[in-house]
Design a protein around this ligand. Structure first.
Ligand code: CUA
Length: 356
């Protein structure tokens, strides 16, 4: 007696439905990471290259599998068959299956090489906007040099603003390990390598906010190393740049003033790692917070910039982004005697939210 049971029909139906459901999620039109919805020339050229390679692969698959299936059925062993006719070598066939793959490889290689060089060489290397990108575990620094004043570089973090329809030349550096810069709908991916500057260019063709992220495994919170790209009109961009260069707003309400005192005080010492322009805080280890209150997200793009999220982030950053330097190095998180009280966190949150 066999103990094997026929597969449960309901289970198979459920499994199939689950698989179909998962496949259908790929059709969701607003997928923020979809490279099939390219909105810039770099991403579009990469998409075109994808389709060339995809159809070349489909051609190879159909031809090879077609011949295989045809041969398997047509020449399958039938009752009464003896040994098949033995063949050794077939020159025309061998020439054919050398030439045809060579042609397929050329069809793939030519557009690949063209796309690589097109994406590496900026169409406007001198005149275009220059932006420096620096990868850190696990956030992004963006800096905007002032073409008229080399000492006046704007440093910001985690939200990359670019003007629409303009070529933006980007330099990529890393302060620690390998990262990779990727804005799925606009351009990607180029690695950020310590001590080796890479360059790329991007251009956004639609205004809006675009999802972006690190695409190279870089440690515990790699998956949480995200950022947002804001593509805006030239006027909006200029206004943003101008306002970002300004010093921080001095807090006026008592709670925010208290927060500033904690930020700069000996217990929290936030100022040793963060810069807030116009104050004594000039640290370079963490993100520049001069106008952090304006950013839509905190903690490198992973949480909306709300009072609740900021409170959670400051109270226990490790719960939001495991292994981050603020948690591993900050004395308030490592010395129970120095831990921040709820009231102190609330004051810090008020101060930081006011940094508009
Ligand atoms: Cu940075 Cu992954």
């Amino acid at each position: 007696m066999s103990t094997l049971k026929a597969p449960n029909g309901k289970l198979i139906t459920l499994l199939l439905l689950a698989i179909i459901g998962i496949l259908f999620t790929a059709c969701y039109p607003d997928n923020p990471q979809s490279t099939f919805d390219a909105t810039g020339p770099v991403a579009r050229s990469q998409l075109t290259l994808f389709w060339v390679i995809f159809w070349a692969a489909v051609f190879v698959f159909v031809v090879v599998e077609g011949i295989l299936v045809y041969a398997a059925f047509k020449y399958r062993r039938k009752p009464g068959d003896g040994d098949p006719h033995q063949t050794h070598g077939n020159t025309p066939l061998e020439i054919g299956w050398t030439i045809i793959p060579s042609i397929v490889l050329i069809i793939v290689a030519v557009p690949t090489v063209i796309t690589i060089f097109d994406n590496a060489n900026s169409p406007d290397p001198e005149g275009a906007l220059q932006v420096g990108v620096v990868g850190e575990q696990w956030w992004w620094e963006f800096n905007y040099p002032d073409p008229n004043d080399p000492d006046n570089t704007l440093i910001t973090a985690n939200e990359l603003h670019i003007p629409v329809d303009e070529v933006v030349n980007i330099t990529l550096d890393s302060r620690d390990v390998l990262h990779s810069f990727w804005i799925p709908k606009i351009a990607g991916k180029v690695d950020l390598v310590p001590n080796n500057r890479n360059t790329m260019w991007i251009k956004g063709e639609e205004t809006g906010t675009f999802y972006a992220q690190c695409a190279e495994f870089c440690g515990e919170s790699h998956a949480l190393m995200r950022f947002w790209v804001i593509v805006e009109t030239r006027e909006e961009f200029d206004a943003w740049l101008e306002s970002e260069r300004a010093d921080a707003i001095e807090p006026t309400d008592p709670l925010a003033k208290q927060g500033k005192a904690i930020f700069e005080g000996p217990q929290a010492q936030c100022w040793t790692c963060h810069t807030i322009k116009g104050t004594q805080a000039q640290g370079k280890i963490g993100p520049d917070l001069t106008h952090v209150g304006r950013r839509t997200h905190i903690a490198s793009g992973i949480r909306e910039n709300t009072q609740e999220n900021l409170t959670e982030w400051i109270a226990n950053p490790n719960a939001v982004k495991p292994g981050n330097i603020m948690f591993t190095q900050g004395q308030v998180y490592n010395d129970p005697q120095l831990a921040l009280s709820e009231a102190q966190v609330a004051a810090l949150v008020r101060y930081i939210q006011g940094l508009q």
